[in-house]
Design a protein around this ligand. Structure first.
Ligand SMILES: [Cu+2]
Length: 335
């Protein structure tokens, strides 16, 4: 039947564009060390609660509830998920399920959070520090696709800093699709492995954030446009911790409205490093400095290239730049 062929085609296409993480590369089977999830469609993204209802997937939100920690229902799998022993200094890489690839433009991030005792009983409500991030690897590539470091890849990995204290941790990978950030609808894909770090050091990981809380819908990344060529991208979340005791102070959350020439506090030099320039990701161009956002959609109307109308669309039907052009009954865009 014609309809079922169409349905199959859609599923296959969505599965390769959307993704969830299920295995630790080189270690075990699907969901052996990675917490399984309970969402009906495992590969669907997590979005902001402020997004149009029609667009929200499975009641998973970046800004409320706990799905942004390790994905929907992941904590219910904690007890049956095994704990992978790794040495500080080792690289841990999580792979996406069912042979999919991360075919969305956007940053990759890896965070860790220490369990108070066994990670099998830890809900991830504690402090998280970032150990890896990447974003744009080619300023001349297709900014809607291959210019992004992780575009088309099937895994995200990070080296456990040597200074990481021994103990059990959640190892959280995240990819954020920013292809719809121009309409404030970034897509978050997250997954957590349970690991036990041995041979570590006595560093103080930081700055730290919490989930939810690390990201806001008003952050740069959530209001960014990949259209019209390269522009500097500010990676959300805190600065990457590479060792030592850069923690302590306030979490360097992504305060998009304050390009504050923050007087570098002499007492915490590492914490004042710009979040956007990943020291670990050597491939990232220096251009990714926290420059002034080139796009500042005004409160009321949609920004250039933003959606400004269409059936089920609940946003503002006006443009702060350009004119609203209808492409079909479901989509109008400011051009
Ligand atoms: Cu998507």
């Amino acid at each position: 039947m014609k309809a079922s062929f169409a349905a199959i085609a859609v599923v296959a296409q969505v599965a390769s564009a959307h993704y969830s993480f299920d295995t630790v590369v080189g270690n075990g089977r699907s969901y052996q060390y990675v917490r399984d999830l309970t969402r009906p469609t495992k590969y669907n993204p997590i979005k902001y609660s402020t997004n149009p209802t029609a667009d929200i997937r499975d009641n998973s939100f970046v800004d409320k509830g706990t799905d942004i920690v390790c994905n929907q229902g992941a904590f219910s799998a904690a007890g049956k998920t095994e704990v992978l022993e790794v040495k500080a200094g080792d690289k841990v890489t999580l792979k996406v399920a069912v042979g999919a690839k991360m075919e969305h433009p956007g940053p990759s991030l890896v965070y860790m959070s220490k369990a108070p005792s066994s990670v099998k009983t830890y809900d991830g409500s504690g402090e998280w520090f970032k150990i890896f991030e990447d974003a744009v690897c080619s300023t001349s590539g297709d900014f809607t696709k291959g210019a992004w470091c992780s575009y088309g890849k099937d895994s995200i990995g990070a080296t456990i800093p040597k200074d990481t204290p021994d103990g059990e941790y959640l190892f959280r990978v995240e990819h954020i699709g920013v292809h719809r950030s121009h309409v404030n609808q970034p897509e978050h894909y997250v997954g957590c492995a349970q690991i036990k770090v041995t041979g570590g050091g006595s560093g103080t990981p930081g700055p730290t954030v919490k989930f939810p809380g690390a990201y806001k819908s008003t952050d740069d990344y959530a209001n960014f446009s990949i259209y019209n060529g390269f522009k500097a991208f500010k990676i959300p979340g805190p600065a990457v911790w590479t060792g030592g005791s850069s923690g302590g102070g306030a979490a360097v959350a992504d305060e998009e409205t304050t390009p504050a020439p923050a007087a570098p506090s002499a007492s915490a030099p590492a914490a004042s490093a710009p979040a956007a320039s990943a020291p670990a990701a050597s491939a990232a161009p220096p251009a990714a400095a926290p420059a002034a956002p080139s796009q500042a959609p005004d409160a009321g109307c949609a920004a250039l290239y933003g959606q400004c109308g269409g059936k089920n669309f609940k946003g503002a039907v006006c443009c702060s730049a350009g004119a609203c052009k209808a492409f079909n009954p479901y989509y109008s865009q400011c051009l």
